[in-house]
Design a protein around this ligand. Structure first.
Ligand code: GLN
Length: 492
């Protein structure tokens, strides 16, 4: 076989190789599995599906390759909070360490229908709770750019394997920023579509009013290819909404002309010169493309409320959703002398520190005594924030922010809680939550490299304007022309 650095190719390019038989699905799978081994030290995997993937590809052999099905034979990975029938699904939590589901998530079925090849379930911050990649029950997931720095989370393993070029795309979930933040920290594209657009049937919830399934890839076109498969009405998910758009790949443009784009005004923030000039240059690209760019200020008081509102709502929803993991009806059991004791023992042993802390706050916010001042108030403030952001997105086609103002911090700094951001700038690290509160599509693309680490840019549009978000991301990515150096490494 001719030597192919498959990791640099887009899904469409791989598809072409499969169609013209330069490469077989089996050969592609073997390349992917050997690259997965090469990057084993990232600790990105919860369960490897080598045997299943190999059998699946064998079964594809008998079929004619489908020319208009770009995902045919394409390997991918999936966050381990997405249920896969007959395959262990743990959400990186000890409470689910033995959970082998007897039904399938809708999205896994959809990917099987197009004969994509799932090669692994990936590690996450337990049950989706966290943003660092340090809270999976299988240990830390490492940033492939520099292992001393966090990968980000909670979709940590999916991020790592796309950034390292092991797979061309991966699935994640995003409740507060779990796709878009780690994408920024790792120089890849991370897309959270409109809330409800992709079915959550069979996705283990963290906070159902915010949870969204999304996609990682190295190229915006690949995101559109995968979206074309995943956006499908699903009666098994009550929050699933009908898309007003279709054919995301076919309709992908490299054109921002006449778009009105709002950019968060970062004037008062002291950035590193490299970040500032990369950001300014990106805005120039938009202007050159004949977009109308305006710098705006968002209500500061509301921005400061983002984190508390997100925390109260998501922790409360998680506390309620995960109450069933009691070791009796569900999950790993630690026996006690009665139900109460069994439940306490099982939950104490089954959940990690971060999760338990969140349940304590969640239970407090939901308690009869505090519900009004915490949970109900948070919901009211959410409404006010949503009104503001929706108003903004009624006046503009898109809203641009930074997914983080600096690259991934070191693991050490995170563990020691060394935060260099001044209190008045803290909200800048929480801006991505905006899109979860109102359900907007939101996409992070790589912007530049600072201190040898990537940093991203984030684009938000009004709900159901997913195509616009993809188009702007596509245009800007082509202009920025970011090179993920990890894809350049040859496989020998
Ligand atoms: N980082 C956020 C948190 O800690 C968001 C997590 C998510 O989107 N799943 O909860």
């Amino acid at each position: 076989m001719k030597k192919i650095n498959y990791q640099q190719l887009s899904i469409m390019q791989l598809h072409e190789l499969l169609v013209n038989k330069t490469l077989s699905a089996e050969e592609l799978l073997n390349l992917v599995l050997s690259r997965l081994k090469k990057f084993a030290d990232l600790n990105a995997v919860a369960t490897v599906l080598e045997k299943e993937a190999t059998e699946w590809v064998q079964s594809l052999k008998a079929m004619e390759i489908e020319k208009d099905n770009p995902l045919y034979g394409i390997p991918f990975v999936m966050k381990d909070n997405i249920i896969t029938i007959g395959q262990k699904t743990t959400a990186s939590s000890n409470i689910l360490a033995n959970f082998v589901p007897h039904y399938d998530s809708t999205i896994n079925s959809l990917l099987k229908n197009v004969k994509a090849v799932n090669i692994a379930k990936t590690a996450l911050d337990e049950l989706g709770m966290g943003g660092d990649g340090l809270y999976a029950n299988t240990g830390y997931v490492y940033n492939p750019w520099n292992k001393a720095h966090i990968i980000g989370g909670s979709s940590s393993g999916s991020t790592a394997l796309v950034a390292a070029g092991v797979v061309p795309f991966a699935l994640g979930t995003d409740t507060g920023d779990s796709i878009r933040k780690p994408a920024g920290f790792n120089g890849i594209v991370g897309f959270k579509p409109t809330y409800g657009l992709i079915s959550r049937n069979g996705v283990i919830p963290y906070a159902p009013s915010l949870d969204t399934v999304g996609i990682f890839a190295n190229y915006v076109q690949d995101i559109a290819n995968v979206l074309d498969v995943l956006v499908k009405e699903d009666k098994n998910d009550f929050t699933n909404t009908k898309s007003l758009e279709s054919d995301y790949f076919k309709n992908l443009k490299e054109d921002v002309s006449n778009l009105k784009i709002a950019v968060l005004n970062y004037q008062s923030y002291q950035w590193k010169d490299e970040v500032k000039s990369a950001f300014d240059q990106a805005m120039k690209y938009l202007v050159n493309g004949k977009a109308k760019v305006e710098y705006i200020d968002f209500n500061q008081e509301l921005l400061s409320a983002l984190l508390p509102v997100y925390m109260i709502i998501s922790f409360a929803e998680a506390t309620s959703c995960h109450a069933g993991y009691d070791g009796v009806n569900f999950g790993v059991q630690k026996k006690g002398s009665n139900y109460q004791e069994t439940m306490i023992k099982s939950r104490t042993a089954g959940f990690g520190q971060v999760v338990k802390r969140r349940y304590v706050i969640g239970a407090y916010a939901l308690s009869e005594l505090h519900q009004k001042e915490l949970f109900l108030k948070a919901k009211r403030v959410r409404r006010i924030i949503v009104e503001q952001i929706n108003q903004l997105l009624a006046n503009y086609d898109a809203f641009i922010v930074m997914p983080s103002v600096s690259p991934a911090p070191t693991i050490k700094d995170v563990l020691e809680k060394n935060n260099t951001l001044k209190a008045e700038h803290q909200y800048m690290e929480d801006l991505l939550v905006l899109a979860n509160l109102n359900g907007s599509p939101s996409i992070t693309i790589p912007l530049t490299i600072v201190d040898e680490l990537p940093i991203g840019l984030n684009i938000n549009t009004a709900p159901f304007k997913d195509q616009t978000a993809l188009n702007i991301a596509n245009y800007l990515s082509k202009q920025i022309n970011f090179k993920n150096k990890l894809l350049g490494e040859d496989d020998e």
